[in-house]
Each structure stands twice: as structure tokens, then as C-alpha cells.
Design a protein around this ligand. Structure first.
Ligand SMILES: [Zn+2]
Length: 431
């Protein structure tokens, strides 16, 4: 093991373009609009079926204009857009979905359900073929959908005439073309509670940018708070029999898990953001019950009236923005998300199946595996090693440090491996 830890690692973390692919020119393939693709993912624990609900066209494209045909991370799902005439890959993106999490629950063994999923693509100039693929936890494609997008299709719904909801910028690093655009929306705040929402949005933004590497890279972000009022204050708590009329219909007890606060209404969420430049979404929920959730390239949901609001929202942003895995263990999973013998694609955990692709270059030679938990004099982090217990398993999955924002709410920061993964992603998006 020591030999393997100390060897020189060529870092291949960033999946690059397929062999032979050429650099893409945004203006050659796309116009300055967004193509919103709304899908239904349906199925059970054993199978999935994907279908298209609607295509939506809106002014402006706020995502990246470079690295168009490459993926930053593998994800649990991928979308590929190809020019129909030439077959050239012109855009790719990856994501994770609540549907795939649900497939690992006991409920999925006895009922078939469907979930909305919404993704943003640049709008093609010419007919394009879009492929959506879901991958299982071993990396195999388990479901796919292929459909053609004809830019002249009259049934692509246009949002040009929709007015943008009232909004305020909290931080503005530059133009939407140059920066990563994050929108924060209100859930469970009534019209008269909007000042409280803006204050919470400001606090969440300050918390994120108090953490490295967001702190050093703040100039590459725009964050806008969007006032999306609810008819009633608070959010639904099914376990207490309490259901509220809120902007996005979110609720606790997702998958019967107390703290899991999510919304299934992805289309309503994206409709509410018409006219606002955005790529990533944070939903702030006006409730004092502890909870939240974060899904890679989908959204963050976090409760704001709880004492742990700020560390939780940063943790969940680690999931939704950077696809970081949870570094804690609890061993009551219905089925393991990270099985033995398969290297997770998330950058901050490892099963040691392909540790060279992770943080082997940061581990000092001679570091024992597993690394015994130790704290330094400041009571903070150990050096980087291989600490057993992460990805919901006490054994067989390893994390980089004793503690991290992706492990506990008391950790003061992201561990060095998470920091590196976030920084790489920010640089990938912003060039
Ligand atoms: Zn970490």
C-alpha cells in the first residue's frame, strides 16, 4: 500500500474530450439563448424509463462557452448534444437526480414512480440530437433517451414575454457570460417576509464565500436573490401532518427520512426563474426544522430558521455545485451507494479501487491505511490521509481528513481535497 501511496501520480481527474474531438466554437453551433429540456424519469428499483415533457426557449445563455464537448465530472447521468448533420458532439453536461436516489430506497421495490428533471442547454442553430443517459453506481448505462431538437419547431415554448420576478444581486463578479450564476429563491416566505428572505440569502452567500476556495474565487460568481413568495409561511412537515401552500411544494421526510427536505416540482422552480440569468439554484426554506438536500447540477434546499442553517447550506452547495460526496457514515442504507470494487466518481471519497485517480498525490509516503484519527494542536484537521468511514459506510469507503464541511457541521472548512475539487470545477466553468 505504501508503494502505491508514494508513487508519482499523473492527475487525470478531469475527463477530457474524446479522442479526435476538436475545440468547439460556441458561436458556430449555438445562438445566445437557453434550451430548457424538461424530462420525466420513471421506474422502479430495477428499471428506468425517460421521456421528454417539454422544450422551452429563453433569451440568453448563462453557462460555459468553452469546454463544450467535455465533461467536468462523470455524474450519475449525462446529456450529450450532437449536431444532427455532422454527428459532432457540440455540448455535454452531467448531473445526479433525486429519482436515482429514490431507486435505492425500499419504496422503489414495490411502487413505480416518476420524477421531473430539468436541464439547461445552449440553444442549437441547427437540428441537434440530444441523448440522456442514466448510469448506475457501477458506471453502467441503465436507461437512455434520444430525441431530436429542431430549432424551428413551433412548439418549443418561448418565455421572452415573461417578466422576471423581483430580485436583488448579492454579489456580482462580472457579466453572466464571464461568471458562474447562482440564483437563490424563497420557499415558504410570504410576500410580507421577503426582507427576511433577502437577509437569509445574504447570510447564505456570505457563509459560502467565507469558505475556501470560494473565498478566493468570489470574483468568478454572481449571486442573485429572487423573491418567489408563498401563500403560506413555513414548509410542509408530513410527519407532523402539516402541509403548506408554498412556492415549490417542498417537504421534509423525503423517502421517509426525517431531515431530507426536497421539492419534486422542478418545472415550477425553473418557471419561477424566467428572465433571470442562472445556472445553479439554492432554495432557502423558511422553517426551523433542521434539514436540507443538495443534488449535483439540480438544486440545494436548506432550512433557514435552524441554528445549523449556515454550515448546512454550504455543505449542500458542496453537493449541488461540486458533486462532493458525504464524508460521513451511518450504515443503515437499504443498498450501498458506493459498493466495494467500484471507484466512486465523486472526488472526495475512495474505495481504494483506483485511489491514484483521487488524492494519492497529497498523501505523505508511509501514511498508514486506514489512517488513525488524530487532531492537531488547534483541534482542527489532521493531515491528508485515508480515514475510514465515508459515503454512508463505516468500512470500505475512505475520506481525506478527520473532518470536513462535507462530514460535520462543526468542521470549520472544506478539507484540502474538497477545496481542490471545487477550485478545479470553478476554473473549468470560468476558464
Ligand atoms: Zn472533504
Amino acid at each position: 500500500m505504501n508503494t502505491y501511496l508514494s508513487r508519482i501520480v499523473v492527475c487525470l481527474l478531469w475527463l477530457t474530450t474524446a479522442a479526435g474531438a476538436v475545440a468547439q466554437d460556441f458561436d458556430h453551433w449555438f445562438i445566445n439563448r437557453t434550451l430548457r429540456v424538461d424530462y420525466a424519469f420513471a421506474g422502479t428499483d430495477k428499471e428506468a424509463d425517460l421521456s421528454l415533457i417539454e422544450l422551452v426557449s429563453s433569451p440568453g445563455w448563462w453557462g460555459r462557452r468553452h469546454h463544450l464537448d467535455s465533461l467536468a465530472l462523470r455524474g450519475n447521468g449525462q446529456i450529450t448534444m450532437q449536431d444532427a448533420a455532422s454527428g459532432d458532439t457540440i455540448y455535454r453536461m452531467s448531473f445526479s437526480s433525486l429519482f436515482q436516489e429514490w431507486q435505492t430506497t425500499e419504496e422503489a421495490t414495490r411502487v413505480r414512480r416518476s420524477f421531473e428533471n430539468v436541464y439547461l442547454l445552449p440553444f442549437p442553430k441547427r437540428p441537434a440530437d440530444v441523448s440522456v443517459e442514466l448510469l448506475d453506481n457501477r458506471g453502467a448505462v441503465v436507461a437512455s433517451l434520444h430525441h431530436r431538437v429542431d430549432p424551428s419547431d413551433i412548439l418549443i415554448r418561448r418565455t421572452d414575454s415573461l417578466p422576471a420576478a423581483p430580485h436583488r444581486y448579492i454579489t456580482r463578479g462580472g457579466t453572466p457570460d464571464d461568471c458562474i450564476d447562482v440564483a437563490i429563491v424563497a420557499e415558504g416566505y410570504t410576500e410580507t417576509e421577503m426582507e427576511a428572505f433577502y437577509a437569509d440569502a445574504r447570510a447564505a452567500t456570505e457563509a459560502i464565500f467565507a469558505h475556501e476556495p470560494f473565498k478566493s474565487l468570489k470574483g468568478r460568481f454572481n449571486v442573485v436573490a429572487v423573491a418567489t413568495p408563498s401563500a403560506e409561511s413555513g414548509v410542509s412537515r408530513p410527519k407532523q401532518g402539516s402541509w403548506r401552500r408554498t412556492a415549490f411544494g417542498s417537504h421534509f421526510d423525503t423517502f421517509y427520512s426525517d431531515r431530507y427536505l426536497t421539492t419534486l416540482r422542478l418545472r415550477t422552480l425553473h418557471d419561477a426563474l424566467a428572465g433571470i440569468p442562472y445556472e445553479h439554484i439554492i432554495i432557502l426554506a423558511n422553517t426551523d426544522q433542521y434539514g436540507g438536500g443538495g443534488i449535483y447540477n439540480s438544486y440545494v434546499l436548506s432550512s433557514t430558521r435552524h441554528a445549523q442553517f449556515l454550515p448546512v447550506v454550504v455543505h449542500e452547495f458542496g453537493h449541488s455545485f461540486a458533486a462532493l460526496a458525504d464524508e460521513y457514515a451511518y450504515d443503515d442504507e437499504y443498498s450501498p451507494m458506493y459498493p466495494d470494487g467500484i471507484e466512486p466518481w465523486e472526488q472526495n471519497i475512495t474505495t481504494l479501487t483506483d485511489f491514484a485517480s483521487k488524492w494519492a498525490d497529497l498523501v505523505p509516503a508511509g501514511t498508514p491505511v486506514p489512517t488513525p484519527p488524530v487532531r492537531n494542536a488547534a483541534g482542527r484537521f489532521s493531515k491528508v490521509g485515508l480515514f475510514e468511514g465515508a459515503g454512508y459506510r463505516s468500512h470500505g469507503v475512505y475520506r481525506p481528513c478527520t473532518d470536513c464541511r462535507m462530514r460535520t457541521n462543526t468542521a470549520p472548512e472544506f478539507c484540502p481535497v474538497c477545496r481542490r475539487a471545487i477550485e478545479r470545477l470553478v476554473r473549468y466553468y470560468t476558464h
